[in-house]
Design a protein around this ligand. Structure first.
Ligand SMILES: [Zn+2]
Length: 350
């Protein structure tokens, strides 16, 4: 064994290669088909080898339990319009269980590791007739580690369900988020007037328990809710949800932005805070979290809260080409209210 190690070291020194390269178990991903193939072996170990344009792809969220090394690369122009085929059990503050659909790049991350990945110009837009969590990276997380993942984009939910939420990185569950950043617009529109929904919104995680360290969140949130709101710059509601999970550290994070919301409910609680909206389970440690965050409540319940302010918006499109190391994109700006969003990202010239 010693000789083998010496030999490996010698080869390393000679070739300047790494032992990891010889690891045949790591599957290399070069394109959309390679990404889709993760669904066939969701416990596998994968590595992105280049940036991938997801534009024009009707993406089906994947339930994943392996390792995805993004290699610092970018999946750009991802669009998700429906939850994945599988569901998971979620639990509200009273431990009531809901069979829940899940939308994001991944539907679920379970015992998974995702790291060194970027999502740029991502758009998750679902209209759900049942319980649902949607986020850019994953609708559901369980005992998973997300590190050095950067997401930029929009999540919209038009909801007819009861247990429902939108997150920047993840929707419901238990995970660790280290050195991640999210620049996100989150919009939740409650269309269920028969039952009071449980709504959750968070820049990192909508509902559950997360260890969150050194993340940077820039959030622009809108929640129109005829039930109960739980909104936070980092986590909407921190709660063990009837599981054995305990509070985790929430430290060294920077939160900017605001959540504009209403809670049309005579039993109004209106949880909305810069870090954790409703801390039913407190973090084991908090410290050095810096926030420039506005909880922006309105009690006008008849107008759905949207970033776009005009009843009849008129958009002007500007194509910004890539320049040097900077990505290009298309900018859509309303001449009436100035609301703008970007899509159709184009990579810098190689
Ligand atoms: Zn407008």
């Amino acid at each position: 064994m010693k000789r083998l190690v010496s030999l490996c070291l010698a080869v390393l020194l000679l070739a300047g290669a790494t032992c990891a390269r010889a690891d045949a178990a790591v599957r290399e991903i070069y394109d959309v088909d390679g990404l889709r193939a993760m669904a066939n072996d969701p416990a596998g170990h994968y590595r992105l080898m280049n940036d991938i344009d997801m534009g024009g792809v009707d993406w089906t969220p994947i339930a994943f339990s392996g390792e995805l090394d993004g290699g610092g690369h970018c999946l750009y122009n991802l669009t998700v319009t429906k939850p994945g085929p599988d569901t998971r059990v979620t639990r509200d503050g009273n431990k009531k269980e809901y069979d829940t659909t899940l939308a994001g790049l991944f539907s679920a991350l379970e015992n998974a590791s995702v790291h060194d990945l970027r999502l740029t110009g991502a758009y998750v837009n679902v209209e759900n007739d049942t319980h649902c969590f949607a986020a850019l990276l994953a609708g559901y997380v369980n005992q998973s580690v997300v590190s050095a993942v950067s997401v930029q984009g929009r999540v919209r939910m038009t909801s007819h369900g009861v247990m429902v939420g939108v997150g920047g990185l993840a929707g419901f569950g238990f995970g660790s988020f280290d050195r991640c950043d999210a620049k996100i617009e989150l919009v939740f529109e409650d269309q269920n007037f028969d039952f009071r929904c449980e709504e959750f919104m968070g820049g990192v995680l909508a509902c559950g328990i997360a260890e969150i360290n050194a993340c940077m969140i820039d959030i622009d949130g809108y929640a129109s809710c005829h039930g109960y709101v739980h909104n936070g710059g980092l986590v909407g509601m921190s709660y063990h949800c009837g599981t054995k999970n305990t509070g985790k550290p929430v430290t060294n994070n920077i939160i900017e932005g605001r959540i504009r919301f209403f809670e049309d409910n005579p039993d109004r609680r209106a949880y909305c805070e810069a870090t954790i909206g409703e801390p039913l389970t407190k973090p084991s440690k908090t410290g050095s979290n810096h926030a420039a965050f506005k909880s922006d409540e309105t009690k006008k319940y008849d107008v759905v809260l949207l970033p776009e302010q005009c009843a009849e918006p008129s958009y002007e499109e500007t194509v910004v080409p890539p320049e040097g190391q900077r990505w290009g994109y298309t900018m859509h700006r309303c001449g009436g209210c100035g609301y703008l969003w970007t899509d159709t990202y184009t990579p810098p010239a190689p």
